[in-house]
Design a protein. Structure first.
Length: 363
C-alpha cells in the first residue's frame, strides 16, 4: 500500500512539474505579453542601451530655382544615420548618451556628441566638426548646464530630469494603447528570425504591430473614442506627469472638450481626404521580450507616400532600440567630466564669438 501511495505521489509530482514547465514556456497572447512587459518595465533600475535611426527614403521633388539645393539636401538626408549608445542608473540618478551622426556620400563626415546627465547637471561635449570654425580651446570640452542655476535665473521651477518617470509615463501610454487596439487586427506573435532580429538579441517572444492605410480609419476611431480620452484622464489624475510635461489642468480640460466636440461626420470627411491623398502607409513595429518579460529590443519601420496639390513625395524611416544588462551594474564609458574638462556656457560663448548664443535658453 505504501509503495502504491509513493508511486502515486511521484507521478503527481512529475505531472505537476510538467504542467508548471509547460506554463512557463508557453507564449502569452500578443496583447497579454505586451501589457505584461509594460508592467515589468517598472522594475527596471539600470541598463545599457544602443539604437539607431536611418532615413531609408526621403523623396520630395522641388521645381524651379531651389531644385538643385533641395536635391543636395535630399541626398544628404538619404545618407544620414543617427546612432547612440549609453547607460542609465536610477539611484543615484545618472545617464550618459553618446550620439553619433554619420553622413555619407560626397560630404562624408562622422562626429560624436557625448552627453552626461545627473539630477542637477548636464554636460555636453563640444564635437570637433571640420566644417565649423571651433577654436581648439573649446574642442573636446564639456559645456556644463547647472539646472538649479538656470532655474534661479529664469524664475522657473527646476527642470525635472527624471528618466525613470519618463519611462514609466511612456509605459503607461503604451499600456493604454495596447489595451484598446484590436489584437486580431494589429498584433501577432512572430519568430525572431522572421522579424529580422539581430543574433545578439535574446528574445523569448516577439510581438509585431502592423498598420497600413486600409486599417487607418479603424485605428483613428479607436484613438479618438478610447485611447485619447484615457490618456487625458491619466494626465488629469497624475500631477507628476503634468509637472513633467509642464501641462496645466485647464489645458487637459480644453483638450477633453475639443475631443468631445469632434463629430463622426467630421472624422469621416477628414479620413476621406486622407485616403485620397495618402497613397501608401506601412508601419511595422517588433517588440522583443526576454525570458523575464522585460522589453529588450524594439524596431520600427515606417514608409509613406503622399500625393496632393501642396505636397507630393515619399519617406521611409527605420528606428532600432536595444537594451542590455537590465538591473545589472551599468557600464558607464564617459562618466562625470573632470574639472579641467568643463567650461561654462559663458566661457564657451566668449570663445565661440556667440555661435552658441541662446542655447542655454532651451533649458
Amino acid at each position: 500500500m505504501f509503495k502504491r501511495k509513493l508511486g502515486f505521489a511521484i507521478v503527481a509530482m512529475l505531472l505537476t512539474a510538467a504542467l508548471v514547465l509547460s506554463g512557463c514556456t508557453k507564449d502569452k497572447s500578443p496583447k497579454d505579453a505586451i501589457q505584461s512587459s509594460m508592467s515589468k518595465s517598472a522594475d527596471i533600475k539600470s541598463y545599457n542601451f544602443k539604437g539607431s535611426m536611418v532615413i531609408e527614403d526621403f523623396n520630395f521633388p522641388s521645381d524651379g530655382e531651389s531644385a538643385a539645393e533641395a536635391a543636395a539636401i535630399l541626398n544628404l538626408m538619404k545618407s544620414a544615420e543617427l546612432s547612440w549608445t549609453g547607460a542609465y542608473r536610477v539611484d543615484p540618478m545618472m545617464m550618459e548618451l553618446n550620439l553619433q551622426l554619420a553622413l555619407k556620400g560626397d560630404l562624408a563626415i562622422t562626429f560624436n556628441v557625448p552627453v552626461v546627465m545627473t539630477q542637477k547637471k548636464i554636460w555636453v561635449k563640444v564635437p570637433n566638426i571640420p566644417m565649423l570654425p571651433i577654436p581648439e580651446s573649446v574642442q573636446n570640452k564639456f559645456v556644463e548646464l547647472d539646472l538649479e542655476q538656470l532655474a534661479e535665473e529664469s524664475g522657473q521651477p527646476l527642470p525635472n530630469v527624471d528618466v525613470a518617470k519618463s519611462q514609466k509615463f511612456s509605459n503607461d501610454l503604451l499600456e493604454i494603447v495596447f489595451k484598446h487596439v484590436d489584437e486580431k487586427t494589429y498584433l501577432k506573435s512572430v519568430k525572431a528570425k522572421d522579424a529580422g532580429l539581430p543574433a545578439d538579441v535574446d528574445a523569448k517572444q516577439v510581438i509585431q504591430f502592423h498598420l497600413d492605410q486600409s486599417q487607418l480609419e479603424g485605428f483613428i476611431n479607436t484613438v479618438i473614442e478610447k485611447i485619447a480620452p484615457e490618456i487625458i484622464e491619466l494626465l488629469s489624475t497624475n500631477a507628476e506627469y503634468r509637472d513633467m510635461l509642464q501641462l496645466k489642468q485647464e489645458d487637459l480640460d480644453e483638450a477633453k472638450t475639443a475631443l468631445a466636440d469632434v463629430k463622426s461626420g467630421e472624422i469621416s470627411e477628414a479620413l476621406a481626404e486622407i485616403k485620397q491623398e495618402l497613397k501608401k502607409l506601412d508601419l511595422t513595429v517588433n517588440f522583443a521580450l526576454d525570458k523575464k518579460d522585460y522589453p529588450v529590443y524594439t524596431d520600427a519601420k515606417i514608409s509613406a507616400a503622399i500625393e496632393s496639390e501642396e505636397l507630393t513625395g515619399s519617406v521611409g524611416i527605420k528606428l532600432v532600440s536595444h537594451t542590455t544588462g537590465i538591473n545589472e551594474e551599468p557600464k558607464f564609458e564617459i562618466g562625470e567630466p573632470k574639472a579641467e574638462e568643463i567650461m561654462t556656457m559663458e566661457e564657451v560663448q566668449a570663445e565661440m564669438g556667440g555661435m552658441f548664443g541662446g542655447f542655454e535658453e532651451e533649458f
